[in-house]
Design a protein around this ligand. Structure first.
Ligand code: HT7
Ligand code: ZN
Length: 859
């Protein structure tokens, strides 16, 4: 497949200021008539040829300026038309089969309704068009269809007219006054019911808000609607952004490749990020809904009003919007807990990308299939890069920078460079060297050492950015680090400093540091780097107890555990050393379990052991079996050591009644965590308490938590609870997804057999991405199942990729990265993983999506 390069960007030869679309809707047959007013782009190359992109469509008829023409030609999937003048009207008719569209890109049928997904290149599956984000058009849409099948007809913007047609049909016309790229086009038709509210903007305009769902689901939409209202208010207050249409529609669909889509005025959501009530959604589900609703809404400015010039600039909208949704969620809940969660996601999802064969900068230089670049690097590292600018500028000056960006580029298709320049000008920063964060891949490693003489502390820092595919050499980048020096006796520090390491090596001096201070570094995770510093356990135990930066407390706890487990699986520890390491961790854990000053939400963070994938990241080559055994061993040891305290904690929080308040949510979070440790230390007690928690549960958080623990145990309660759960939630697809993923993610010794059986379960469907992910993503992330020493887990994921690719290549390609980690795994397993990739590569007719990921993973 051809490689698309950032440096080859050329402005479009033709612009399309206006487009009118006419849909005759049917689930099995839809026709589309598209009328484009095209105008030669003065900034283009003057080509006579109009190239209209297509993908698996063919033109039924083509007209230019009202006349049918026959001299159009196809260039692969694209339609080419020779045009001699400066401006023309081009009319193209296409015929679609939405019910046959299993890729879920373009126009497709889901659960009896029709909907669209156009980002990144789905519009070309509906009609021929210059399907690139720098072609902005004003859209007018007419759609007609059977009223019984499609009682609700929605598109972007405002509904301008509607009426009845013949033979039980009706029609609607929609107009979106804001010029937009084709990827933001949306249409939805089906039987839907809305939860409605209004919002008055800061300018005094009333906006109608609707959350549309299938009848029967309307009782689970209030949280989504509340989250939308909160997002609109927050964006006005925090970024000065006001909504710009009179209507904002959200539609929930059950077949969707990603989380949601920010189409102008008509967001389309995976049902997973809309539907919630306490009985069926966990606290984490509630938080995810709030975050994703916010994210899509915030795109109205960071993405829609200012869009991307080309797809290499994806982080312009995604990185910035992730930062905005992170700040929003922090403001709605606990800021420190949100920061810890965001860093955990970055470390689990993005750090492995940065150190693997698919590593790319947040602004990639090339791609074969753009869908493969909707990554944690572009999204989450992209957000971290902008967060660093905010840290260096301070909140107020950062806001001046974003104000300037919105003012300067409103209505444009912009670049990451435009964004950096606006922040530079508006916030008064020099970001010349900082731009390297956009072009260099890899997680910087910063090694730190502290020396103290006569009350003066010298912090020596050295940075290196690892080589990544295509980037063997790297330059030093500016790394902003928030640091503090703690006095051991008082447990306090004399003030935090922000230092910026912008050389390969540098040292920083701090006066009045006492004689033996303890360093707290990268507080708040001010830079997305990995800090290397050998530290005595006692210093980490001190910081875990005393640091006034909650993230740094969490970090100290994590480092204490990481240091121990890495030593245990790396060089190996004798029994005495293992015991000493566990004792230090046990002391810190015990203090956290019993600390009456800690709120439970924060306690829940501090009690989490680092993920196995993060532990593997610390080693050049790792044995997943050894990491798993050592981590589980520690968990069981802690469960036994702190059994009494954990049971007391579990009893205390089990008495807290259900509410959505922070204290009650914290209680639920530590309830299941306490249960996890209790079950690890004493499986019989875990089964007893787990089943009791399951039966007493008044909400999904408690029920799912209990079932998760039971699913890993070999006990009769496991089968009882699993059978009850399936029967209790029959017909609720999102909850049945949980039933699949809890089993596929379990640490049960026969988990692979369970997964195989689940793949043949009548409720399993390959056509539904949520269901596929619930079974197989959980399996791919389950160290026991995936890293089975005989390679059965790798074979299972390989088989899945090959079977899923012809159905839904985008979803299939997402599974390749798990096998792509082979170079970092011990040789026997590595060979099995590689063989699986080779087996996939040998398959004829692989999609571009899977082919790109597999080739890069083998390369
Ligand atoms: N901007 C949206 C991206 C998206 C997407 C991309 C490829 C294929 C399907 C997709 N669905 C949604 C989501 C977002 O970041 O807001
Ligand atoms: Zn987004």
């Amino acid at each position: 497949p051809p490689v698309i390069r950032r440096e080859d960007y050329l402005p479009p030869a033709w612009l399309v200021p206006e487009i009118a679309l006419d849909f005759a809707l049917g689930l099995d047959a839809t026709t589309v008539v598209s009328r484009l007013s095209v105008r030669r782009n003065p900034a283009g190359n003057g080509a006579q040829t109009l190239r209209l992109n297509g993908d698996q469509i063919s033109p039924v008829a083509v007209h230019v300026d009202g006349e049918a023409i026959n001299d159009w030609r196809m260039d692969g999937p694209d339609l080419l038309i020779e045009l001699s003048g400066e401006a023309h009207e081009v009319r193209v008719e296409t015929a679609l089969v939405p019910s046959g569209n299993s890729q879920l890109m373009g126009l497709y049928a889901s659960n009896g309704m029709l909907c669209t997904q156009c980002e990144a290149e789905g519009f070309r599956r509906i009609t021929f068009f210059p399907d690139r984000p720098d072609v902005l058009s004003t859209y007018s849409v007419r759609m007609a269809g059977a009223k019984a099948t499609f009682p609700i007809l929605l598109a972007n913007g405002n509904c301008t007219a509607q009426g009845e047609g013949e033979n039980g049909t009706h029609w609607a016309e929609w107009h979106d006054p804001w010029p937009k790229p084709s990827y933001l086009f949306a249409l939805v038709a089906g039987e839907l019911i809305a939860n409605h509210a209004t919002f008055t903007t800061m300018g005094g305009r009333t906006v109608d808000l609707n959350v549309w769902v299938r009848p029967g689901d309307e009782g689970r939409t209030q949280h989504a609607l509340d989250s939308l209202i909160a997002s609109m208010k927050w964006d006005e207050e925090t970024f000065g952004r006001e909504y710009d249409l009179d209507l904002f529609n959200i539609v929930a669909v059950s077949d969707f490749n990603m989380g949601a889509m920010e189409n102008k005025g008509l967001n389309v959501f995976n049902t997973r990020y809309v539907l919630a009530d306490p009985e069926t959604a966990t606290d984490a589900d509630y938080d995810a809904i709030e975050g994703v609703i916010g994210h899509e809404y915030f795109h109205n400015w960071s993405g829609n009003r200012i869009t991307c010039r080309d797809w290499f600039q994806l982080s312009l909208k995604e990185g910035f919007t992730v930062l905005r949704d992170q700040l929003f969620s922090a403001a709605m809940g606990s800021e420190p807990v949100k920061r810890i969660e965001d860093v955990r996601v970055l470390r689990i999802a993005q750090f492995p990308e940065d150190s693997g064969p698919l590593a790319h900068p947040i602004r990639p230089d090339s791609y074969q299939e753009i869908s493969n670049f909707y990554t944690a690097t572009v999204y989450n590292k992209g957000a971290e890069v902008i967060r660093m600018m905010r840290t260096m500028a301070g909140e107020e000056r950062f806001r001046q920078g974003t104000d300037l960006y919105f003012e300067r580029h409103d209505g444009e298709a912009a670049t990451c460079e435009d964004f950096v320049k606006a922040i530079e000008d508006g916030a008064g920063l020099d970001l010349t060297q900082f731009r390297l964060w956009y072009s260099q891949a890899g997680t910087p490693q910063v090694s730190a050492s502290l020396k103290v003489e006569n009350g003066t502390a010298v912090l020596s820092l050295r940075q290196s950015v690892p080589a990544t595919p295509g980037q063997p050499e790297k330059q030093p980048m500016p790394i902003p680090l928030r640091v503090a020096l703690f006095d051991r006796a008082s447990g306090t520090h004399g003030g935090e400093s922000l230092i910026v390491l912008d050389k390969a090596e540098d040292s920083f001096t701090f006066d009045g540091a006492g004689h033996d201070p303890i360093l707290s570094i990268n507080r708040g995770f001010s830079a997305p780097v990995s800090i290397e510093m050998a530290r005595p356990d006692a210093d980490l135990v001190f910081l875990a107890a005393h640091d006034d930066d909650p993230f740094a407390r969490y970090e100290a706890m994590q480092s204490l555990v990481v240091q121990h487990l890495v030593a245990a699986v790396g060089s190996g520890l004798n029994e005495a050393q293992r015991e000493a390491g566990r004792e230090a961790i046990g002391e810190a854990f015990g203090a956290i379990v019993t600390d009456p000053e800690l709120d439970d939400l924060m306690r829940g963070e501090l009690l989490l052991l680092p993920a196995e994938s993060y532990l593997a990241e610390q080693l050049l080559v790792s044995d997943p079996g050894a990491i798993h055994a050592e981590r589980e061993g520690l968990k069981a040891w802690l469960g036994r050591k702190l059994g009494g305290e954990l049971r007391a904690l579990h009893d205390r929080v089990s008495a807290v009644p259900y509410s959505r308040e922070a204290a009650a949510r914290g209680a639920r979070k530590v309830k299941t965590q306490a249960l996890v440790y209790i079950a690890a230390g004493d499986p019989a007690e875990g089964a007893r308490r787990g089943y009791a928690q399951y039966q007493a549960a008044s909400c999904m958080t408690d029920r799912q938590g209990a079932l998760m623990v039971l699913a890993s145990l070999d006990c009769p309660e496991r089968e009882l609870a699993l059978a009850d759960f399936l029967a209790r939630y029959e017909g609720n697809a999102l909850v049945i997804d949980k039933w699949f993923s809890l089993q596929a993610g379990s640490l049960h010794p026969r988990v692979l057999d369970h997964i195989k059986a689940l793949a043949s379960h009548p409720e399993f469907r390959m056509s539904n991405p949520n269901r596929v992910r619930s079974l197989y993503m959980a399996a791919a992330m389950n160290p026991v199942a995936f890293h089975d020493p005989d390679g059965e887990g790798y074979r299972m994921i390989g088989d899945l990729i090959r079977r899923l690719d012809p159905i839904n290549p985008q979803t299939a390609a997402r599974f390749v990265a798990s096998l792509g980690r082979w170079r970092r795994v011990e040789p026997q397993r590595a060979a099995l993983m590689r063989a699986e990739l080779e087996r996939i590569a040998a398959q004829a007719d692989l999609s571009r999506d899977v082919r790109e990921q597999v080739t890069k993973s083998l390369g």
